[in-house]
Design a binder for this molecule. Sequence first.
Ligand code: NAD
Ligand code: GDD
Length: 327
Amino acid sequence: MTKTAVVCGAGGFIGGHIVNRLKNEGYWVRGVDLKENEYGNMQADEFIIGDLCNAAVAEKATAGMHEIYQLAADMGGAGYIFTGDNDAAVMHNSALCNLNVLHGAYLAGAKKIFYSSSACIYPEYNQLDPDNPNCTEDSAYPAAPDSEYGWEKLFSERLYLSYSRNYNMQVRIARFHNIFGPQGTWKGGKEKAPAAMCRKVCEADNNSYIEVWGDGKQTRSFLYIDECIEAVRRLMESDFTGPVNIGSEEMISINDFAKMVIDISGKNISIKNIKGPTGVRGRKSDNKMIKEKLGWQPSMPLRKGMEKTYAWIKEQSSIYQRPAVNV
Ligand code: NAD
Ligand code: GDD
């Protein structure tokens, strides 16, 4: 029997990649999103354009599906989630998507449901030292995320776990740590640091500078999209509920990260640190649990993933900047 899956948020970055991976594995796939997938050549068998804040849309989306992948969320990088301007929209939109999709999956009798949580659930007090952040799964409580985005993710983790306990649903929860790669948002204000750095370097003239938010000493780890998708599929195929980190342990300061992108470009560009939304001081994935439970760890060095991402954004920005021709 052909396996069926619905990917909620298939118009987005990670959702689009999951659709294509499931298609390659022989699934029949339905995608759902507010919008078409912008870049991804997404291969869903059926695509519903709809708002998952509407329970009827979520019921239609989940009907008849064996597996549910819930990635729909109001999501962005530091420039979107740490300014405070989008807090109400993020909490309202994302919480409604989660409530409706999960309940729709329950009504549909779905076998398994995947939920994409975030490293943003971890307490700020464990991420004050840029060289020594603690993001082990069991450090989530006492809870103190530094953004409303993180609080909504934590609420939704609890929501999924309660359906698992009370309704015996097979739930799988991942906490993603800054996923990047081709087909990710690279302009418009929701882009994360990897895409933002690539875009800024692409657009900068030789012998000029790029602006980097904060003092550049804050740290992060970044995971390439293909590795993320592999880990998601392994989690879904396993009998482990999570929540579990899906991320990289290769930590880098943001200034060194910017220098890496400049080096990839081959341009002579300097860095100007400016005030901006910075989020936690240090963060990196802790992969002990995922290694133990799923035997997974990423293998691609950050630089290699960034070379692929830079090449893709360079191509996108040249298309974007190409002058329109009147005919
Ligand atoms: P994305 O913004 O590219 O994709 C999210 C998609 O959800 C978008 O296409 C958006 O249109 C859709 N969506 C939002 N509201 C909707 C609604 N009401 N109805 C239908 N669709 C709606 O983001 P992404 O990077 O692909 O992230 C996917 C998921 O993973 C999100 O839940 C995000 O919070 C989580 N996550 C991502 C990262 C990362 O680094 N990319 C890190 C942690 C967690
Ligand atoms: N976006 C962005 N753009 N960040 C910049 C820039 C820039 O031009 N310059 C410096 N930074 C710094 C930010 O200030 C932040 O300290 C760091 O780079 C990382 O920023 P992001 O990649 O935007 O976000 P994040 O790592 O703080 O959080 C992201 O990852 C979480 C999971 O780990 C977000 O995408 C969250 O939504 C996600 O859940």
